[in-house]
Structures are given as structure tokens and as C-alpha cells.
Design a protein around this ligand. Structure first.
Ligand code: NDP
Length: 244
């Protein structure tokens, strides 16, 4: 199945590392004009060395006013990937207000804010569009020490559905992908214990974690016209974890 994004303008948040970076590069390779947003300038510098055509915006998406200012000249956008997130891990009884506020401000409020900015333009231009929120298997299953992370991703799933409801009439589709563990910077520290990894993989029917490419391919599908009637979907990319 050939997917091209020639002539499309795409925004990817959290594009400095991991899944977001790979998504930004894949979109650029498929012909899209890409704006990559993240908060570490060094990551944007190295991204631009890999692909000079990407436009870079450096901002902390947990800061509403700074985001508003950084994106005021964003221009028309057809495709958005809300990928930026943080994953503070702690046993439930030790969760701090700061962990809670920081994670919700990036993982949920930041996604809502960037989507508002982008979708207002899509609506006023009448061109439609496609938005993909990167959620997690943790939105639908309890994972030990993931209180705040799971709660943010459950919120993101419902945000996805309400956005699909309200933006659908403008031909703006909103979907989520819900990956299992992917070995990126976010997860490496959390999944270094071989026993913990073995237990987690034993709960995944396919017996393995996802690769970055598995997630990127599902994101590209949901962004593209190949999924033209998919709206409000939370798509597991989890080897069957959520099915059982
Ligand atoms: P990484 O930590 O590798 O990359 C996250 C990117 O988001 C980084 O570039 C990071 O920048 C950026 N980011 C984080 N906070 C902010 C912020 N406040 N403002 C701007 N940019 C920010 O994570 P992954 O690639 O693993 O995760 C990508 C998405 O996939 C996330 O939504 C995550 O929840 C989800 N996911 C990941 C899984 C996994 O196992 N890896 C499993 C399921 C879902 P910086 O490094 O500078 O903070």
C-alpha cells in the first residue's frame, strides 16, 4: 500500500527523539512539509542535519503561553501528530502533585492546545485534516507504578473521541494509536529488569515489544486517506496485549 503525503503540511510534537522523531522523518520522506516541535534545541539541530527540509520549533509544550507564542506563525496544517509526553513513574502512594501537574500539562493539556491551534485553521479553511494522538496500552490497562501516566493516556483516549465527535463534521478526523512498550529513551530505564520484561512479554500474545517502525506505520495509515472513514479510533499496536 503506497502512502504519499506530497503537498501536505504536517506537525509532529515531541519530534526530538524516539517515535516522534521517526514519524517526522517518515512524513518528510513521504513528501510532507514537516514542522517538528520539541523542547531540546540539540535534538532539533541533529534532526535538521538528518533532514534539512524540516522546520523546527523549540518550545516546552507544558507551557501554554510559550506554546501560543511559538506557534503563532505556524500557518496552515493538514496533519498533526500529538506525540510529546513524559512518563514519571512512582508507586501510587508516592505520587507527587508536581509529577501529576507536569504530566497532565504535557500529555493532555499540551495535546489539546496544539490540536486547538491546528484544528481552528483546518475548520476555517474548510480543508479537513487528520490528527493522531499517541496514547498507550496504559490508557486501558493498569500498569504498576504508572498511576499518573496511565491516567494521562486514559484522558487522551477520551479527548480523542470527543475531538472526533466535534471535529468530524468539518472532515477533521481524530484517532489515537496505543502502543505496547517500545524501547526508546522513555522506556529503557523502566524496562531494564529482565524479569519485569519477561513478565510483560508473557502478557503480549505475540511475545515481543513493538518497534518504533510498527508505531510509525500505524500513525502514517491513520494520517492518510487510506483510513478515510476511521474517526475516534484507539488503535492498539500491542501484539494483542489489550485483547486479553
Ligand atoms: P521519548 O522520551 O523517546 O521522546 C519523547 C519526545 O517528546 C522527546 O523528544 C521529548 O523531548 C519530547 N517532549 C517531552 N516533553 C515535552 C515537552 N514538555 N515539550 C516539548 N517536547 C517534549 O518517548 P517515546 O518516543 O518513547 O514516546 C513517544 C510517545 O509514545 C509518547 O506519547 C509516549 O507516551 C508514547 N508511548 C511510548 C511507549 C514506549 O514504550 N516508549 C509505549 C506507549 C506509548 P525531551 O527529550 O527534550 O524531553
Amino acid at each position: 500500500m503506497e502512502i504519499t503525503f506530497a503537498g501536505k503540511r504536517a506537525v509532529v510534537t515531541g519530534a526530538g527523539k524516539g517515535i516522534g522523531r521517526a514519524t517526522a522523518l517518515a512524513l518528510a520522506q513521504s513528501g510532507a512539509e514537516v514542522t517538528a516541535i520539541t523542547r531540546t534545541q540539540a535534538d532539533l539541530d541533529s534532526l535538521l542535519i538528518e533532514c534539512a527540509y524540516i522546520r523546527a520549533v523549540c518550545v516546552d509544550l507544558g507551557d501554554w503561553e510559550a506554546t501560543e507564542a511559538a506557534l503563532k506563525d505556524l500557518g496552515p496544517v493538514d496533519l498533526l501528530v500529538n506525540n510529546a509526553a513524559c512518563a514519571p513513574l512512582a508507586p501510587f502512594l508516592e505520587v507527587t502533585p508536581d509529577q501529576f501537574d507536569k504530566a497532565f500539562s504535557v500529555n493532555v493539556k499540551g495535546a489539546l492546545h496544539v490540536a486547538q491551534i491546528v484544528a481552528r485553521g483546518m475548520k476555517s479553511r474548510g480543508t479537513g485534516g487528520s490528527i493522531v494522538n499517541i496514547s498507550s496500552q496504559g490508557s486501558q490497562r493498569a500498569l504498576k507504578d504508572h498511576t499518573v501516566y496511565c491516567a494521562t493516556k486514559a484522558a487522551l483516549d477520551m479527548l480523542t473521541k470527543v475531538m472526533a465527535l466535534e471535529l468530524g463534521p468539518y472532515q477533521i478526523r481524530v484517532n489515537a494509536v496505543n502502543p505496547t512498550v517500545v524501547m526508546t529513551d522513555m522506556s529503557i530505564a523502566n524496562w531494564c529488569d529482565p524479569e519485569k520484561v519477561r513478565t510483560m512479554k508473557s502478557r503480549i500474545p505475540m511475545g515481543k515489544f513493538a518497534e518504533v517502525e510498527d508505531v510509525v506505520n500505524s500513525v502514517l495509515f491513520l494520517l492518510s486517506e487510506k483510513s478515510a472513514m476511521a474517526n475516534g479510533v484507539t488503535l492498539p499496536v500491542d501484539g494483542g496485549f489489550l485483547a486479553c
